[in-house]
Design a binder for this molecule. Structure first.
Ligand code: G4P
Length: 524
């Protein structure tokens, strides 16, 4: 725990969900509570809606939305809340994973009717890798939802984490009556409304008052269920939550602003303040007096008159001050930032100082690369910005011989931004771009043309996975590389990558070469 009250009061987190589960709606309600917006409907979804007719300017415009809403910060009670937004479209999942490296905790939104979906599972995997504390919000209880006990089992099994309900729903859909708060022991009755915060009723569940409120049958059912919960689930333990071992679960309806206040109140109380961050050299504590930070995201500016990008820096320790020279470790040079920005809902303002836990936007003209570290002079390299094995691959070819240089520069900078991954096949020297979704290929082509005046062409390459390989047995490693010479590539750091063209080939390789470790993320 940080001892500096400025740092201790910070809560930096992300709300993540499978598309359509209600992330945008929940974010918006949090902003309402934080006084950042006055009416619901003010926050636009950053979902990239891909329609048959969408041209790439559309995507750019939509991407623009996510630039301004990338970080939302507000004061709530005595806390300073920083919400990091993550792209809604799953083709930008890599961006989401990286954003998760800059947060201290996560709220996962699950649709009560759909339960755990693909993206939820993947996002949880990333949280588990980092032991990030997780709170689960089961949304859309105003619609017909799964049985809450079944949902608990599903969350536990699918997300591989213990769960502990802190509120409990009374029915769902048209019969939805509200939730019982197991923490505060009161009843929160549901009135559908997008703006009004519902009132709470203090009831002793053992009295007739409960029957009067929700009817005898439901009251009896609730009493039985609560007894079962207390019997099945151990008492909620904050330390277990902070270790990432147990996730408290809340039920509600983000759209109706129901169950959201309980969530936010519990969140600020139990969620961690900025946590220590691991660098290669040492662990950096948030309340160290000297500033350190790292770049976890770079976003291009969509305005053609201002080509510059914004690099998002997570302050890991100390205090960042405007105009003070800081050390850019990779470039080995000192930089001064005269207009760092912070983000308040839709607005962007220049800031004079920022504390550990905060996110600042630094104007960037190609100075930064994802993972870059800034310090007051110390040689530090923050870890934990893994690249995941891409799922789609294409050869990238130059479509305009006069623009070779522009193309190379464009590819280089887009890769620095983390738009996709580049591998160079060691056999034929061809460049392969790996992405997590089709959309990235289109974005790369569009941006190369519009920002770098270069043209590219895609050519198919049939690959299944790229995995980073290493071994303690150099002979076996050499033998492997020789055997698979057509499928060996280097990533941008010059590390060996095996490009498996099918799941079977990969499995065979793993069986035949027992001392080689095949990694599916770049950080191992
Ligand atoms: P996302 O960011 O996770 O993708 O989800 P978002 O909040 O945009 O919500 C997806 C859809 O689900 C939206 O409907 C939203 O209104 C609806 N929704 C969110 N929370 C609730 C809830 O608690 N109950 C119900 N019944 N619906 C909810 P849409 O039709 O796609 O968009 P819109 O036209 O309502 O904006």
């Amino acid at each position: 725990m940080a001892t500096n009250p400025e740092i201790e009061r910070r809560r930096t987190f992300a709300i993540v969900a499978h598309p359509d589960a209600g992330k945008t709606s929940l974010t918006e309600k949090f902003l309402l509570f934080g006084g950042q917006i006055q009416v619901a409907g003010a926050v636009k979804s950053n979902k990239i809606k891909k329609t048959a007719t969408s041209d790439w300017m559309d995507i750019e415009k939509q991407r623009g939305i996510s630039v301004t809403t990338s970080v939302m910060e507000f004061d709530y009670k005595d806390y300073k809340v920083n919400i990091l937004d993550t792209p809604g479209h799953q083709d930008f999942a890599e961006d989401t994973y990286r954003t998760l490296t800059a947060v201290d905790s996560v709220i996962i939104v699950v649709d009560g009717a759909k339960g755990v979906e693909t993206q939820t599972r993947k996002l949880m995997e990333v949280c588990r890798m980092r032991n990030t504390p997780v709170i689960i919000f089961v949304n859309k209880m105003d619609r017909e939802a799964k049985d809450p006990f079944d949902l608990m089992d599903e969350l536990e099994a699918e997300l591989a984490i213990h769960v502990r309900p802190l509120t409990w729903p009374i029915e769902s859909g048209p019969r939805f009556k509200g939730v019982y708060n197991l923490y505060e022991h009161n009843l929160n009755l549901f009135q559908p409304s997008k703006q009004v915060v519902t009132e709470k009723v203090e009831v002793d569940i053992h009295t007739a008052e409960l029957d009067n409120r929700i009817g005898k049958d439901l009251a009896d059912k609730l009493r039985g269920e609560l007894e079962l919960i207390e019997g099945v689930y151990p008492e909620f333990n904050v330390d277990e939550y902070l270790k990432g071992a147990v996730a408290p679960v809340f039920f509600g309806s983000a759209l109706n602003n129901f169950g959201v206040e309980e969530l936010l109140n519990t969140f600020v109380e139990i969620a961690p303040s900025p946590r220590p961050v691991k660098a290669e050299e040492r662990e950096v504590m948030p309340d160290e007096p000297k500033f350190t930070g790292f770049i976890f995201k770079i976003t291009a500016n969509i305005d053609p008159n201002h080509r510059s990008c914004i690099a998002f820096c997570k302050v890991c320790s100390g205090k960042f001050s405007r105009g003070v020279p800081y050390y850019h470790v990779r470039h080995d040079k000192t930089l001064r930032f005269s207009s760092p920005t912070q983000f308040m809902a839709q607005r962007k303002t220049t800031v004079d100082e920022a504390w550990a836990g905060d996110i600042i936007g630094l104007p960037d003209n190609g100075t930064f690369k994802i993972g870059d570290t800034l310090t007051e002079g110390e040689h530090l390299h923050f870890r934990g910005l893994p690249s995941f094995s891409p799922e789609m691959f294409k050869y990238i070819e130059n479509a305009d011989p006069m623009k070779q240089k522009q193309l190379a520069k464009g590819i280089d900078q887009l890769m620095d931004e983390g738009v996709a991954q580049l591998f160079v096949n060691q056999f034929n020297g061809r460049k392969i771009i790996g992405t997590v979704g089709q959309l990235q290929f289109e974005v790369i082509q569009y941006r190369l043309e519009h920002e770098y005046n270069a043209k590219c062409r895609w050519e198919p390459v049939s690959l299944y996975k790229a995995c980073w390989i290493e071994s303690d047995d150099p002979q076996e490693l050499e033998a492997f590389k020789k055997r698979k010479y057509q499928y060996m590539a280097k990533d941008r750091e010059g590390r060996d990558v095996f490009l498996a063209d099918s799941g079977y080939v990969l499995q065979m390789a793993q069986t035949d070469f027992k001392h080689i470790r095949f990694h599916f993320t770049s950080e191992f």
